[in-house]
Write a protein that binds this ligand. Structure first.
Ligand SMILES: Nc1ncnc2c1ncn2[C@@H]1O[C@H](COP(=O)(O)OP(=O)(O)O)[C@@H](O)[C@H]1O
Ligand SMILES: CC(=O)OP(=O)(O)O
Ligand SMILES: [Mg+2]
Length: 389
């Protein structure tokens, strides 16, 4: 039996890892989360196990440093001696082009991560680097890549296409894939337990990267991210939806296409618009202190969410429930309030005193939930299955 599994979730602003022992059930036996990875200041981290909880600050300029910090904490607490003690490592991988779902990591998977790095520059390279590093140091550790695009694979073909030459779909893989599948599928399943009558659901996974998903009867029928996770809503430092015909003028002004692409992929989103930070907490603090650019960034993000909710309500032909999750969705009450105030036209009303679970009032026509996601559990289950259990 391959029961001891570590799950590695390399988020654009965070690093999360959970340790599972399926012989003892599906509950993670330990978790470690590092925030603000890549920031100049030390990153806050939190470690939890059944009998321990510890918080701290550590320099984590990249995901490799965050990974070492978490492995060190698991060792300090006596939960692992080495990664060689484990049966498998599951990765919450992002863009596998034609490969989706959970597959053992082999040369073909590493090659596809490299091939699609241009589509997911903030994600694929760091996953491929960690997989290669673990392969070299722990060759006996089975690695499984869980590509999140699988959850959206059933969306109608007409919703997954762009108005481009048809041949580009097969030649270059240009179509809507959608991401955050681990989170949206967890929310879909959780809501089926909590509210089985809610057949038409919009899940807002808002965090370092953000996407919305329209879920009908537990399945994704639409999502805001497209061919790449730079699309849909704008992200912490990445562009979101954008008018491509600005490019020639931008290239002329900034000097090269590489430079423009780099700015769109790392100095845009909340960071570029606000001029303050890629972290919404800092943006809101600046807005409260009177920074107009920061206030505009927040208002634009809220407005984007409202627009997608309207579009997805049309796709779903009505709406039974809205779920907020992800670092922003779960923790940012002002954002939930602004969005829900606007949804008054649908009969949405939330109780501002409520911050977790069902946050709508009893007379709200649509239920609104604020739920913690568990992407690592979804990846752990898939990894456990792939490893032959
Ligand atoms: N109280 C809060 N208000 C606004 N944003 C918050 C709050 N707490 C956390 N966040 C945001 O959540 C983000 C992290 O969310 P997470 O889903 O873990 O992202 P990722 O997986 O992309 O790294 C951070 O960028 C931070 O800005
Ligand atoms: C697309 C995705 O998974 O983004 P993030 O890792 O930032 O949550
Ligand atoms: Mg994430």
């Amino acid at each position: 039996m391959a029961d001891k599994i570590i799950v590695l979730n390399l988020g654009t602003t965070s690093f999360k890892c959970k340790l599972f022992d399926f012989a003892r059930g599906e509950r993670a036996i330990a978790s470690c989360a590092v925030e603000r990875v890549g920031a100049a200041a030390p990153s806050p981290w939190q470690f939890k196990a059944s009998d321990a909880r510890q918080d701290g600050l550590a320099p984590c300029r990249d995901h490799a440093a965050a990974f070492h910090l978490c492995i060190g904490l698991l060792q300090d607490h006596g939960l692992i001696r080495s990664l060689d003690d484990l049966d498998g490592a599951g990765f919450k991988t992002v863009h596998g082009g034609p490969i989706s779902g959970a597959v053992p990591v082999d040369d073909a998977v590493l090659a596809v991560l490299d091939e699609y790095a241009a589509f997911a520059p903030a994600h694929n390279p760091m996953y491929a680097a960690l997989m290669r590093q673990l392969r070299a140091k722990h060759p006996a550790l089975s690695q499984v890549a869980c590509f999140e695009t699988a959850f959206h694979a059933g969306m109608p073909a007409y919703r997954a296409t762009y108005g481009v030459p048809y041949a580009w779909m097969t030649k270059y893989g240009v179509r809507r894939y959608g991401f955050h599948g681990a989170s949206h599928s967890y929310i879909a399943a959780k809501l089926r337990d909590l509210a089985p009558d809610a057949r038409r659901v919009i899940s807002l996974h808002l965090g370092g990267s953000s996407s919305l998903c329209a879920i009908k009867d537990g399945k994704s029928i639409a999502t805001s991210m497209g061919a790449t996770p730079q699309s849909g809503l704008f992200q912490n430092n990445r562009v979101g939806d954008f008018d491509l015909f600005c490019l020639p003028r931008l290239v002329a002004g900034e000097g090269s296409l590489d430079r423009v692409m780099d700015i769109l992929a790392s100095a845009s989103g909340f960071l570029g618009l606000s001029g303050v930070s890629n972290d919404l907490r800092d943006v809101l603090q600046a807005a409260d202190a009177g920074n107009n650019q920061a206030a505009l960034a927040f208002a634009a993000f809220v407005d984007n969410c409202i627009g997608y909710i309207g579009m997805f309500t049309a796709y779903l032909q009505g709406l039974d429930a809205v779920v907020f999750t992800g670092g922003i969705g779960l923790n940012c009450a002002p954002l939930r309030e602004k969005i829900c105030q606007h949804l008054d036209y649908l009969g949405v009303a939330i109780d501002p005193k409520l911050t977790t679970g069902k946050i709508s009032t009893t007379n709200s026509k649509i239920a609104v939930w604020c739920l913690e996601t568990d992407e690592e559990l979804m990846v752990a289950r898939q990894t456990h299955n792939v490893l032959g259990n």
